[in-house]
Design a protein around this ligand. Structure first.
Ligand code: OOG
Ligand code: MG
Length: 262
């Protein structure tokens, strides 16, 4: 850690305010180039504590930048992890208020719901599959608080990895009946296919992203509780959306989910 506790708290409040007022900011490493990884997660943790104190409920976690398509799009090379609150949930087929967001983009993901605690270190794909209750299609709406989505890894970690909204829906499936590596996904905007991929785009197997999350949390004395919802990361590059757009995600053998931007 290089930043004083007071700076961590100020940056957390700043990013939280940008999110709730739908206003962008320059990346925080511009003013704090000495910031390290622990500082970045400390800012994210501080923001999470503040939001939980205000009455938000933690519903789960997310992994991000877990596919080459996403890493290429954002110019970075390591996965990042964030948290999901109840206020991020959009009902399946429901609406997302664009005015509450800065410059939303959507990503096709596989969501995992756990039935047992997952604890690192040493968490691996098999442990994740054993602890998974079901998987279900999910669309994440990311909305970086940084101007023009321009950031570095430390800045995006502090900003809860651009988390903003998500929708899940379709057919919940037991993992034993699927090969998540070869499951195909099609993301459509206004009825037009925009991006396609297969589960293996995410670290070879989407469950690997959940294992990486458990190992990341373990290093901070945390685990993934039973009943958590986890977004395993965008399978393709993210697609920009605006008010009036309808997006849907079809996942092979798992049905579809979608939302409308108003
Ligand atoms: C960071 C969040 C990336 C994913 O699924 O890769 C992410 C960003 O691209 O703004 O959620
Ligand atoms: Mg994502």
């Amino acid at each position: 850690m290089t930043l004083p506790a007071q700076t961590i708290a100020e940056l957390a409040r700043h990013l939280d305010a940008c999110a709730s007022q739908a206003r962008d900011t320059v990346k925080i490493t511009d003013a704090h180039p000495e910031m390290d990884w622990d500082d970045a997660y400390a800012i994210q943790d501080h923001m999470r504590r503040q939001q939980l104190q205000r009455g938000a409920r933690l519903v789960g976690y997310k992994a991000g930048l877990t596919s080459h398509a996403k890493m290429r799009q954002m110019g970075v090379e390591t996965p990042v992890f964030g948290y999901l609150l109840d206020s991020f949930v959009v009902a399946d087929g429901g609406t997302c208020e664009t005015a509450e967001l800065i410059h939303p983009k959507v990503e096709p993901e596989i969501a995992f719901v756990t039935k047992a605690e997952l604890k690192g270190p040493g968490c691996h794909i098999a442990a994740v599959l054993a602890a998974t209750d079901f998987v279900i299609p999910g669309i994440e709406v990311i909305d970086s608080r940084y101007r023009d989505f321009k950031f570095d890894l430390k800045s995006v970690i502090a900003d809860n990895t651009s988390a903003a909204r998500f929708v899940i829906g379709g057919q919940p499936m037991a993992v034993r009946s699927l090969d998540l590596r070869t499951v195909g996904v099609v993301l459509e905007k206004n009825g037009e296919p925009m991006a396609f991929g297969a589960g293996a785009a995410v670290l070879g197997h989407p469950a690997a992203a959940i294992a990486a999350l458990a190992n990341h949390l373990a290093a901070r004395g945390e685990s993934i509780p039973a009943g958590s919802l986890i977004l395993s990361g965008g399978i393709t590059e993210a697609v920009a959306v605006q008010a009036g757009d309808c997006v849907s995600l079809r996942v092979q053998g798992m049905g579809a989910t979608g939302m409308r931007f108003v």
